[in-house]
Ligand binder design. Sequence first.
Ligand code: C2O
Ligand code: CU
Ligand code: CU
Length: 513
Amino acid sequence: MQRRQFIQTSSFALSTSPWLGNAWAQGDMPHDMNAMPGMAGMHSGGAATAAAAALAPVEAIAAGAPLAALRKLVNTSNQPRVFRATLRAAPVSLAVLQNGSPTEFWAYNNSLPGTLIEVMEGDTVEIEFINALPQPSTIHWHGLPVPPEQDGNPQDVVPAGGRRVYRFKLPLNCAGTYWYHPHPHGFTAEQVYRGLAGLFIVRAKNDPLKSIPERHLVFSDLKLGADGHIAANDMNDEMNGREGQFALVNAQRQPLLTFDAGGRERWRIWNANSARYLRLTLPGATFTLVGTDGGLLAKPVTGLTELLMTAAERMEVIVDAPKGGGKVGLVTAPVERGKMGEVPPERPITLLDVDFSAVKPERLAALPKLPGTLRRIQPLGAVKAKKRVVFSEEMSMAGGVHSMKFLVNGKNFDMQRVDFTSRINEVELWEIANDSDMDHPFHIHGTQFQVVEREVDGKVTPEPLLAWRDMVNTRSGETVRIKLVQRHKGLRMFHCHILEHENAGMMGQVNVI
Ligand code: C2O
Ligand code: CU
Ligand code: CU
């Protein structure tokens, strides 16, 4: 069934759906529903839900404050090469609205975003996790090569009020830009949108870009009701993934970045949004891409005018101050990702203002050339086994209630079912086919992968960039082929990283033997 047709024919059942109250009141339901018989009464009858769902205007959070540096998680260990600390997930009340109305977030160590963990390759990490949430939770170390039983899988939840220690030793050659977030099945989306997500950087001893001042930009989403409460998901969020009215950087709305007077910065960028893709532009400046999810590229890619990032993806870029100087907005332009329903038109959002005025023009001429080689990346070799993942969407009217199914190989996630078996240390080719109307960003746990090629309508495009990633977008109708190796035995998750889709079951598991 075509999705447009579905939305029209299913509108009666929608009236019994818990999603509707919110969606209707916010005016983001399809216009043509006004014309549907039986729908008229709902419009005026929904006063209570309308009040509950009114959203705060974007100006309700003040803009323009200096960009905050990320708070670091303090290492309490006195042993060399050991990082030890506690992360406590708990409700915390913070006043982010200008009118002082408090918002109850859920946060790690009361910090938004969650504190930055910074370690070296080869270090041992020991994190005590205290779950002071009213729900089960886990900490998943997104992108890091940690053993499965330490990776916060949905099978290994820490109950409300419980605690556990995550312990892992990071191998060499895993320097990169990672993050951590909860992964309890059915609760991940909510826990992340309430504020639970933190940052993780693994550093290499011989980093060729070490001398360049580093900047950390974490993009996240926030959707607040007019009174400051964190709004529940509406139907639109459940279908397309949640995109709040506030697009934040380091938990601030449109802060001001005062660019280093030296004229060059290295930006680590996290797209920590539940669903929003980013298409970043900085008019007058270009980006030099030097790193992806799993660390540095082999060579820098210069002259990029935009950076397209799926939800959960990370990048490292070098930014040189533009000749004109002045103040420039870092903007995200709308990304066409096949959203369903008649969603309101998207507009560019200025995420951040960058002030270059401290940079003297003579500094720019003196900037050294970047190294031509950043590190060695060995292409993964001969393929020993293949896997095929098909993402699909299905619309269901079971029991008269509307629901969307997001499927992997025609199935919904089942914790009791192992979808694939892989052999440890074997190179595998994974083919991820998107047989649906929407884009879905693919993610697999435990390892980084290399994108080999992409295929649309029989036309195959080899991937130009040799890079380590744990996120890759799949467009509607596209097939993406990647190579990967798992280095630990045990269960690994793979899923769409639009968190509402993952929550709805667009996830599978592979057992590595
Ligand atoms: Cu970011 Cu399964 O995770
Ligand atoms: Cu992950
Ligand atoms: Cu998806």
